[in-house]
Design a protein around this ligand. Structure first.
Ligand code: ZN
Length: 64
């Protein structure tokens, strides 16, 4: 007669780590597309980057 397999207790499963509380601050840049007239925003956008791709109409343009 076979012995029944031991039941896995839920305690045997790896515990999910609870994420630590955290705060991060970002600067949000708002871009205006001259082609379609819509706005979009990017958090922590690099200042040196001047060529941006509008997510609305897909046109790459120079935005300083
Ligand atoms: Zn656009």
């Amino acid at each position: 007669m076979k012995t029944p397999e031991p039941k896995q207790s839920p305690k045997a499963l790896p515990k999910k780590k609870t994420p630590r509380n955290a705060r991060s601050v970002e600067s949000l840049a708002h871009f205006h597309c001259a082609h379609c007239g819509k706005w979009w925003s990017i958090g922590d956008a690099p200042q040196k980057k001047t060529l941006w791709h509008c997510p609305w109409c897909g046109i790459t343009q120079k935005i300083t």
